[in-house]
Design a protein around this ligand. Structure first.
Ligand SMILES: [Zn+2]
Length: 497
C-alpha cells in the first residue's frame, strides 16, 4: 500500500518512517559519543564490560587470604598488643559523595626521644589496586614480623632487625584502595580501580591525564582531575607531611622492581639512578631469583603510565628512593582470569611469596642508610638525614581542608630533578608534536574516553550518513518538488532513458 504522493516519485511511503527512525537513532548515537558522563555511570559501563564467563577461573581462598574487614581487624589488634612500638590511625576524605578511609600504621620500635641522630623514614604502600590482594598480605606479615609475632623470614636474624629498627620510623598503608578491594571480594575479580572507577595510580599530578594510543578507560581512567580521588589525596598529604626517604608502592601482575620514571622511558640522571639500581639489583638477586625486570617503569613495563604516585613522590616531593615493586605475576594466566594473574592460587606459593617479599623489605630497610650515603647532594642534606625524633615519629595530622605542611618545591635546590622534569617535558612535546598538542591530550574524556578531536570524525561520518538517508526521506522529496516546480530540473525517477 503506497500513497499517491509517494507513488508519484516511485518511492514507498514507509521509507519516510525508516528514515526518521534512522535519523533519531543516529542523533542518539552521536549524543552518546559526545556527552560527558559521571564517574558513576562510567564505572557502571566498565563494570558491565568486565562481565565475562568466569567458569574455571581462579577464586580467592579466604582460608588464607584476608577479606578487608578481617585484615583491618587483624592490623588493629596487632597494634593494640604493641602500643609501645606501633600506632594506627584511620584517615578519611570525601569528594563529591564518594568517600574513602585509609588505615595507616606507624612503626617506631626502638627510637628513644632525644637520642636518634639519624632517623630514617619509610612509607610503604600496599593494595593500591583492588585485584592485587597478595600485596596486602605482605603488609600484614611485615607488621607481624616487626612486632615480633611472626617467624623471621629466612636470612634475617633478630639482632639485625633490632639494630635496623633503632634508626627507623616506618609508615605502612596495608590496603590503600580498600573500596576497590571490597569490590574484588564481592566478585569483581578484575577490578583494579577505586570504588567509583578511577585508577588511584593515574590520579596524581605528574603528567596527569595524558593518554597513550592504547589507553583503556576500563583499566586506567585517571579521574576528573589530579587528586580528584580521596585515596590519592590522603596519600599525598601523608607523604608530604612525613617526608620519607624511602617510598615503595607495592603491586602485583609481574615480577619487577621499578624506579622513576613511569611517564617517560628514561631514568633520572646516573648519579641518582645508579645507587637506586644497585639497591634494586640486590633485592632482585636475593629475593627474585634474578627474574625481576629492573629499570624505569616507563622503560621496562611495556607502556608509559601517566599520573602515577611514584613519579610524583620523586618529581614533586623529591623522595630520594621512590620505587614501585611488582611482587608476583602469572603471565601464563588467561587475560580474564585476573585472580590467578595477579595472586598466588595455592597456599604453598602464597606462603613463599609473602615470606620472601617480607624479607625483601627487611633487606631494603637494612640498606637504606648505606644507599642514601651514595646519593649526591642534596639527598645527603641534613634536612633529609638528621631530624629530631619527635618530628620524625611522623605525627602527621592530615587535615584535608588545612594547608599541607610538606616541603615546597621552591624550597629546595633540586637542579637535577628540575633537569629531569624539563627533559621529561621535552620528550613529551617531541612525541606529541607541540606543547599545545600535549595540553590537548590532557582533555576531558567523553563516554568512551575520547577527546573532541577523536569524536569529530564520528560526527562528520554521522552527517554524511544522515545526508544519504535524507535523500530517501520526505525532506529530500520536498526539496526536489520545490526545485522542479521552479522548472530547474526533471525528477530522475521518471527520466525516459
Ligand atoms: Zn597494580
Amino acid at each position: 500500500m503506497t500513497s499517491g504522493r509517494a507513488m508519484q516519485w516511485g518511492i514507498p511511503c514507509y521509507s519516510d518512517r525508516v528514515a526518521k527512525t534512522v535519523l533519531v537513532l543516529l542523533a542518539y548515537l552521536v549524543y552518546c559519543e559526545a556527552r560527558p558522563i559521571s564517574l558513576e555511570q562510567q564505572h557502571l559501563e566498565h563494570s558491565r564490560a568486565l562481565q565475562v564467563n568466569t567458569a574455571g577461573f581462579a577464586k580467592p581462598d579466604y582460608s588464607y587470604y584476608h577479606k578487608s574487614d578481617e585484615l583491618l581487624r587483624e592490623v588493629r589488634l596487632l597494634v593494640e598488643r604493641h602500643p609501645d612500638i606501633m600506632e594506627t590511625e584511620t584517615l578519611s576524605h570525601q569528594n563529591e559523595e564518594y568517600s574513602a578511609n585509609m588505615e595507616v600504621v606507624t612503626v617506631r620500635p626502638y627510637a628513644t626521644p632525644g637520642e636518634a641522630p639519624r632517623t630514617l623514614r619509610a612509607l610503604l604502600d600496599f593494595g593500591q589496586h583492588g585485584r592485587e590482594p597478595i600485596t596486602c598480605e605482605v603488609a600484614l606479615r611485615l607488621l607481624r614480623v616487626l612486632a615480633g609475632e611472626a617467624e623471621l623470614p629466612p636470612g634475617v636474624d633478630q639482632l639485625q632487625l633490632t639494630g635496623l629498627l633503632k634508626q627507623l620510623v616506618i609508615k605502612i598503608v596495608p590496603a590503600e584502595n580498600i573500596n576497590g578491594k571490597r569490590k574484588v571480594e564481592a566478585g569483581e575479580l578484575c577490578e583494579r580501580k577505586n570504588g567509583r572507577g578511577v585508577d588511584p595510580n593515574r590520579n596524581w599530578s605528574i603528567d596527569w591525564g595524558v593518554k597513550e594510543p592504547d589507553y583503556d578507560p576500563a583499566e586506567e581512567f585517571p579521574g576528573t582531575g589530579p587528586f580528584s580521588e580521596p585515596e590519592a589525596e590522603l596519600l599525598q598529604k601523608l607523604a608530604a607531611g612525613f617526608r620519607p626517604h624511602l617510598w615503595v608502592n607495592v603491586h602485583s601482575g609481574m615480577e619487577a622492581l621499578f624506579l622513576p620514571y613511569d611517564h617517560l622511558s628514561s631514568t633520572p640522571p646516573d648519579t641518582v639512578a645508579g645507587p637506586m639500581l644497585e639497591l634494586l639489583q640486590k633485592v632482585n638477586r636475593l629475593h627474585c631469583g634474578g627474574r625481576c625486570v629492573v629499570g624505569s617503569g616507563g622503560g621496562s613495563v611495556g607502556y608509559l603510565a601517566h599520573g602515577t604516585a611514584t613519579d610524583y613522590m620523586f618529581d614533586v616531593l623529591h623522595i630520594p628512593l621512590p620505587f614501585t615493586w611488582e611482587i608476583y605475576g602469572d603471565e601464563k594466566a588467561n587475560n580474564d582470569d585476573c585472580f590467578r594473574m595477579f595472586n598466588p592460587v595455592s597456599r604453598a606459593v602464597f606462603e613463599e611469596v609473602v615470606s620472601n617479599w617480607t624479607s625483601a623489605f627487611i633487606t631494603v630497610l637494612s640498606d637504606l642508610s648505606l644507599t642514601l650515603d651514595k646519593l649526591p647532594a642534596p639527598y645527603t642534606d641534613d634536612r633529609w638525614l638528621v631530624r629530631n625524633t619527635s618530628s620524625a615519629l611522623g605525627q602527621v595530622n592530615v587535615s584535608v581542608d588545612g594547608s599541607m605542611h610538606g616541603i615546597r618545591r621552591d624550597d629546595l635546590p633540586w637542579e637535577e630533578h628540575s633537569a629531569g622534569s624539563i627533559k621529561g617535558l621535552a620528550e613529551q612535546i617531541k612525541k606529541r608534536g607541540s606543547l599545545e598538542e600535549l595540553e590537548d591530550s590532557r582533555g576531558m574524556y567523553s563516554a568512551f574516553g575520547q577527546t573532541w578531536y577523536e569524536i569529530l570524525p564520528i560526527v562528520v561520518f554521522g552527517l554524511v550518513f544522515a545526508s544519504l538517508v535524507l535523500r530517501r526521506s520526505s525532506v529530500w522529496l520536498w526539496w526536489r518538488r520545490r526545485t522542479y516546480s521552479r522548472g530547474r530540473g526533471t525528477p530522475r525517477a521518471i527520466l525516459p532513458l
